[in-house]
Design a protein around this ligand. Structure first.
Ligand SMILES: Nc1nc2c(c(=O)[nH]1)N[C@H]1C(S)=C(S)[C@@H](COP(=O)(O)OP(=O)(O)OC[C@H]3O[C@@H](n4cnc5c(N)ncnc54)[C@H](O)[C@@H]3O)O[C@H]1N2
Ligand code: MOO
Length: 427
């Protein structure tokens, strides 16, 4: 009875929502994405644009390539002129001119029975409809001998075959890859409009933490979460600011969170489970941050708090180093990408053959650290060792997370399991 009363009071205090009940990964992601308001835009040089998200559609104002040109170093010919060419009875054509890449046509034209020496990328002269590579012809005293027939359009590249004028080549919401940057350059863009990068404050909580360079006192461990998170934030194009370690007191935690409020996203690690000195949740209600959820039906990462205040997103990630990273991947990563306007935010998931038996309790999903490999065109996966949430080594060896659903209790070697590819681009 007393327990029920406590529960009702807690729910009431936290805005009539049952945030104490664990929710699924999918539900949590939905709540987070509903809370994200994408940032505004800025203009940047295309040189800085890799991994940024376009704020505008890119519509081609010219054709690429702009004119028909040669795909090989060789001879521009009229294909019909090579008819009947064989090893024993080669066709002979007179070489009447040469065109270099970047050179001008200057009215040069291939006439019947002639050829023009041409370099890769040089404009195709009028009436030529095929290019014979140097290695397939023999030149001597102003003539070439050709030993094989060629067909029309061999080794020719045509105007607009890559991009036509008016094509929408890239879209608002695309996260730019290197080939995209190349297309922008081909279309003469020096600068483009992209979404701003989210600023991200990172806070480590815990009296037990020693900073890099400090002596580790009795009972202390080295702070690793701030650094693994810092690199994850950078990987997903956020602007991280590591604010340091905060001691487990309400006063210090409040001061640190007030300092962090300058950012779009505030990530803390530790202090979100049931410990006597876990203050993060208390600080949320203290600072009027609306808590949306506190527990997820997943291991690692069961305690995980998410809150919102004035478009700022607050993630209270669990302290265990692996739980921090898996929770980042499932929850913070999609939020950062959506803040930056990205359309694609899902990591690829595929099926792989499990190489060992796995058992778990039902009731929560498991995200096991795995390593996948490909043999005989099949994906295989095995775990990377000790799956304790504090064991970072097995995360460091992992290239995927094996997803065992909530209600499954056992999977046998040889069965297929879903694997989430953690190092691959979003789809
Ligand atoms: N009574 C309960 N205890 C715990 C529960 C629970 O449900 N009931 N959940 C457990 C689970 S699961 C996790 S995960 C942890 C999460 O706890 P906190 O987020 O409150 O984290 P802390 O207690 O502060 O730390 C947990 C663990 O992680 C180490 N840690 C913390 N910060 C860092 C850092 N920056 N770098 C490296 N390692 C860090 C810390 O030393 C602890 O060992 O709670 C369980 N307990
Ligand atoms: O859920 Mo905790 O994150 O397993 O160790």
């Amino acid at each position: 009875m007393a327990q029920q009363l406590f529960f009702i009071i807690t729910v009431w205090k936290r805005g009539m929502k049952n945030i104490n009940l664990p929710i699924s990964i999918d539900e949590a992601q939905k709540i987070i994405l509903e809370s994200v308001k994408p940032l505004t835009d800025e203009g940047i040089s295309i040189m800085e644009s890799a991994n940024r998200v376009l704020y505008e559609d890119i519509v081609a104002s010219t054709m690429i390539p702009p004119r028909d040109n040669s795909a090989m170093d060789g001879y521009a010919v009229i294909a019909a002129d090579t008819k009947g060419a064989t090893e024993t009875s080669p066709v002979k054509l007179q070489v009447i001119a040469e065109i270099r890449a970047g050179g001008l046509l200057d009215g040069k034209e291939v006439l019947k029975g002639t050829a023009i020496r041409i370099m890769t990328g040089a404009p195709l002269p009028k009436s030529a409809d095929s290019v014979i590579p140097f290695e397939d012809a023999e030149e001597e005293a102003g003539y070439i001998r050709i030993f094989n027939e060629t067909v029309k359009y061999s080794n020719c590249r045509f105007a607009g075959e890559d991009i036509k004028k008016g094509d929408k080549v890239l879209e608002k919401g695309d996260r730019l890859r290197s080939a995209d940057v190349g297309i922008l350059a081909s279309l003469n863009y020096q600068t483009i409009k992209v979404y701003k990068q989210p600023t991200v404050s990172i806070i480590s909580t815990g009296d037990e933490l020693a900073e890099i360079g400090e002596e580790v006192q009795m009972g202390q461990i080295r702070n690793s979460n701030a650094y693994s998170l810092y690199s994850e934030v950078k990987k997903y194009s956020g602007l991280p600011d590591y604010l340091g370690i905060v001691k487990d007191t309400l006063k210090d935690t409040r001061e640190m969170f007030l300092k962090a409020m300058k950012s779009d996203v505030i990530i803390s690690t530790g202090g979100v489970s049931m410990g006597k000195y876990d203050f993060v949740k208390e600080i949320y209600s203290d600072l009027n941050i609306e808590t949306k959820f506190e527990w997820i039906k997943v291991k690692p990462g069961r305690p995980c708090t998410f809150g919102v205040k004035e478009n700022k997103l607050f993630f209270g990630l669990p302290g265990n180093p692996v739980s921090t990273l898996t929770s980042f991947l499932q929850f913070v990563r999609p939020a950062l990408l959506r803040l930056m306007g990205a359309k694609r935010i899902r990591k690829p998931v595929l099926n792989a053959i499990l190489e060992e038996d796995l058992k778990k309790q039902p009731g929560k999903a498991f995200l096991l650290r795995g390593h996948f490999s490909i043999r005989n065109n099949e994906f295989y996966v095995s775990t990377t060792g000790n799956q304790n949430s504090s064991v970072l080594r097995s995360m460091s060896r992992a290239n995927c997370l094996i997803v065992i659903p909530e209600n499954t209790s056992e999977v046998k070697a040889g069965e297929k399991v879903a694997i989430q590819l953690i190092d691959h681009d979003e789809i």
